[in-house]
Design a protein around this ligand. Sequence first.
Ligand SMILES: [Zn+2]
Ligand SMILES: [Zn+2]
Length: 254
Amino acid sequence: MKSLCKLVKELLFPPRCAACGKLMHPSPSLAEHALCPACHKIWERELRTQCSTCFLEYCTCRCVPVGLKKQGIEQYVKLAPYGDEKNFTVTRRIVLGMKEHVKDRTLRLLAKELALTVQAAIAASERVRQKNGYKEPLETVVTYLPRGKRGVRRTGVDQARELARALSAETGYRFVPLLGRVRDGLPQKSLSRRERALNLRGAFERIADAGQYRVLLVDDVVTTGAGMSECARVLEAAEIIAVSVAFTEKKQIK
Ligand SMILES: [Zn+2]
Ligand SMILES: [Zn+2]
C-alpha cells in the first residue's frame, strides 16, 4: 500500500535527478534513487578519487587540511572533490542543488555514503583511545555548521543541518545542535583564504557544552576550511571528526 502511494506520488510529481535535473522514470524500485543512471555512474567514479597527498581513495583517506589540524581535528571524512567552474563534478551539482532545494532522497544518498566512512573513522579513534588507556568509549554526537540568515533565506532550510540530521538517522548517533550563528559575515566566495578566516572570526557561538563528546561536525562543502576550523575552535569538544560531502583539495597534512 505504501509503495502504491509512493508510485502514485511519483507519477504526479516525477522525481528529478539531483545532479542534472533530468526527469526520472517513476517506479517503486527507483523511488529511492537520487541520481539518474548516467549521473550515478559518474558519481561512483568521483567517490573513488585518489587523494593527492596520501594517494588513497577518498573513502579511506583521512588527510586533514592544515587549518583544521591546527584546531586539533585529527580526522576529516569527505566523499568526493568539489571540482570548479571548469570541472563541474556531479558532486558539485548535488551540493549546489541543495542550496536551492533539499530533497530527502538526496540526503539519504549522501548520508548512506558518509555513514560508512564515518563508522570507520570512529573505530580508528576508539582504537587509539584504548591504546592510551581509556576504558569507556566516547559518546559520539552529530552537529553542523549553521548557515547565516542570508544562506537560509533562499530555501528556508539549512542544508548542513538537514545533512547532519540525515547522518544521525543513518548512523544512530544523536543529533545535537551545538553551534549558533552570531552573524552572517560577507559572502565567502569573493574572499581570499586569509580574509575568509577573519570574516568568520566570532561568527559562531557554542550553544551547549561539547566537552564530553566526540563531535561529527558536518558541512556540505569544505573549501578553505575557515568555517570548519572556526567552529572547532569555538566548540572545545573532547574530539572532533570533520565531515563534508565535497572538498576542494589543497595542501593537506597526513
Ligand atoms: Zn542526472
Ligand atoms: Zn589523503
